[in-house]
Design a protein around this ligand. Structure first.
Ligand code: 5RP
Length: 225
């Protein structure tokens, strides 16, 4: 199985899992990225059986609508039963780094609202210590340099993702060379910097379940203590 096959396999596993939850009017949260896109392809099969979806990016919303799935404003939607999304890294506690696709803020909002957060990823994403993948931080444009200086004080190497404008009209700083031993602590420290909108550490709200694609099949991981 190559990486793409693993992404398809975990999307199918998540779809089979979500299918069992379907009740009249259920709202499903849908993430962003190549793995989430495969989940959207699967979800099309039940488009008439669900109440609708909320999407973590304009890109996913467009993709959902293209296959005939209703996309709702989160403010108008009812409770979100489950949120399915990919990740850039996960540790064994299912703390994640997300935001490689610059959708971290809306992803974190839907993850916070959802009753259950299901992560789907291929085996390259599972790590012992988070931080090899540069940690995305969404910033208000005028605060970018201020935030970058504060990140240096926290021990990271900030790099502006030039040309990237988020769906919220903001910019992204990718923080390199971190070894994140205490994900919750760093997540909260970054949130204290004025000008930070959101950071891509999902530790306060970790995933509840990870479907991990491996060469020998899909593994189910629950958070380890
Ligand atoms: C987007 C994300 C994605 O979930 C993450 O980048 C993984 O993407 P892919 O499934 O393409 O590997 O956080 O902001």
């Amino acid at each position: 199985m190559n990486q793409d096959d693993m992404k398809k396999a975990v999307a199918k596993a998540a779809f089979d899992y979500v299918k069992e939850m379907i009740t009249d009017g259920i709202i499903i949260g849908v993430g962003t990225g190549s793995t989430a896109n495969y989940f959207i392809d699967e979800l099309a099969a039940v488009k008439n059986d669900i109440g609708g979806t909320v999407a973590s990016s304009e890109e996913s919303a467009t993709r959902l609508r293209a296959v005939g799935i209703e996309v709702m404003d989160l403010n108008a939607a009812g409770p979100v039963a489950v949120y399915v999304d990919g990740a850039d890294e996960s540790n064994q506690q299912l703390h994640l780094i997300k935001g490689g696709g610059a959708a971290l803020t809306r992803e974190k909002i839907i993850a916070a609202v959802a009753e259950e957060f299901v992560c789907i990823a291929d085996e390259s994403k599972l790590v012992d210590v988070l931080g090899k993948f540069p940690l995305p931080v969404e910033v208000i444009p005028m605060a970018r340099s201020h935030v970058a200086r504060a990140i240096v004080k926290l021990g990271g190497d900030p790099v502006w993702r030039e040309g990237c404008v988020t769906d919220n009209g903001n910019q992204i700083i990718d923080v390199h060379n971190l070894q994140i031993m205490e994900p919750r602590k760093l997540e909260n420290a970054l949130n204290q910097i004025v000008g930070v909108v959101c950071n891509g550490l999902f530790a306060e709200r970790a995933a509840d379940r990870l479907f991990l694609g491996t060469s020998s099949g899909v593994e189910t991981h629950l958070p380890r203590n």
